[in-house]
Design a protein around this ligand. Structure first.
Ligand code: CTP
Ligand SMILES: C[C@](O)(CO)[C@H](O)COP(=O)(O)O
Length: 387
């Protein structure tokens, strides 16, 4: 299930000014492109990176790509972004990736969470884009440069990158629409072909360096102090008659099921509460009251996704989490890796940051008497520090 990244870096960066195209200018002492490349180099799901570069930029590129092991030899781009994307896709075609993420070199702050969520949505839906819902009131400029109309903003999003697609889909679309010059992003091609594109809510920090002032903003973001927060969660559910339990999103056959208002996924509940704890945002019961009928039998990924989204909305990230499931049976070991994968996907976090463990209580206490299952979790997050 290979995932390739196509980074378009063949623009001239005219609006940004400077002696070099913006992707080669320094940001925090490093070329912008190097930071962008590193975001994908460090992402476990990405296995190769194709960069499209401008004429005469080989040396600048080589300096930016030193030590980037996933990078394929760069290929030349075209006069428009769309042409550069098409040429990059042609270069990737022989290696037949399943999914391709198309990303602007000028967006160095793309997060691992956004990358993971775009890949997951593209696998499900064929096409996905990182985007932000509008938060400002929109005005249409009329004659004499005066605001003349307020445009309703409901349902409007700002498109960002990465934009992720099943490779064959986007490759065919870029060939089909090669003579169109009105497409400013790749999702537009899918839309024009009648293929809906999943919206993946992105972070405001994933800005595109476009104008000179964006460099100052980007430098500020780099210097923004982050603080580390830790939260803990604990949950217990009793057994009742049944034939399976749901633990960390995985259905595990068992002699009983767990009793609860939702699907009683004790591991996922503990983890959700750990994240709420790190955010000082209460607990599951506060966000999803058991008295509310709409959560009866609800799959617990709804809760975990909500907690992870709160981290993202505050421009934070989940650094690490560790869930311990406490029971005599069923055995967790055979399902541990699947559980890690499920949790990582829901949180939009790299697999290497998610741990699931299990223990017994040596036949002591209520778990020892096989009356139910307990789980505890710790989550560590980074949040921008507001002093
Ligand atoms: N012919 C082009 C034009 C753009 N891009 C890339 O597309 C991304 C988004 O484009 P934009 O921000 O508009 O970059 P530039 O075209 O370089 O900027 P400008 O329009 O100010 O010259 C950038 O990473 C840019 O390098 C590209 O690969 N090929
Ligand atoms: C692809 C893009 O970054 C999505 O916002 C954007 O459309 C690029 O636009 P530009 O005109 O090439 O800056």
């Amino acid at each position: 299930m290979s995932v390739a990244v196509l980074i378009v870096a063949a623009g001239k960066g005219l609006r940004a000014g400077g002696e070099l195209p913006k992707q080669y200018q320094l940001l925090g002492g490093e070329p912008v492109l190097r930071r962008t490349l590193r975001a994908f180099e460090e992402h476990a799901e990405v296995d190769r990176i194709q960069v499209v570069i401008g004429e005469g930029a080989d040396e600048l590129y080589a300096r930016s790509a030193t030590g980037i092991t996933k990078a394929l030899p760069p290929v030349p781009g075209g006069a428009e972004r769309q042409v550069s994307v098409r040429l990059g896709l042609q270069a990737l075609a022989s290696s037949e990736p399943e999914i391709v993420l198309i990303h602007d070199a000028a967006r160095p702050f793309v997060s691992a969470a956004t990358i993971s969520r775009c890949v997951a949505e593209a696998r499900k839906n064929g096409a996905a884009l990182a985007a932000l819902p509008l938060s400002d009131t929109l005005k249409r400029e009329g004659a004499k440069g005066l605001a003349e109309e307020t445009v309703p903003r409901a349902g409007l999003w700002r498109a960002q990158t990465p934009q992720a697609f099943r490779f064959e889909l986007i490759r065919e679309l870029h060939e089909r629409f090669a003579d169109r010059d009105d497409m400013t992003d790749d999702a537009s091609l899918a839309e024009a072909a009648g293929h809906g594109v999943a919206l993946v809510e992105d972070e405001t920090t994933n800005l595109k360096i476009t104008r000179p002032e964006d460099f100052a903003l980007a430098e500020k973001l780099l210097g923004a102090p982050m603080e580390t927060r830790t939260g803990s969660g604990f949950d217990v559910h009793a057994f009742e008659e049944g034939d399976h339990v749901t633990l960390c999103g995985v259905m595990v056959p068992h002699t009983h099921k767990l009793k609860g208002h939702s699907d009683a996924d004790v591991g996922m509940h503990a983890l959700t509460d750990a994240i709420y704890g790190a955010l000082c945002e209460g607990d599951i019961g506060q966000h999803f009251p058991p008295s509310d009928e709409q959560w009866r039998g609800a799959p617990s990924d709804v809760f975990l996704r909500h907690a992870a989204d709160l981290v993202k909305k505050r421009c934070g990230r989940i650094v690490h989490c560790d869930v311990t499931i406490i029971c005599e049976a069923p055995k967790v070991g055979p399902h541990r890796e699947t559980m890690r994968g499920v949790l990582a996907e829901i949180m939009g976090t790299d697999l290497s940051r998610v741990s699931v463990k299990a223990t017994t209580t040596e036949a002591l206490g209520f778990t020892g008497r096989r009356e139910g299952i307990a789980a505890q979790a710790i989550a560590t997050i980074k949040l921008p520090s507001h002093g």
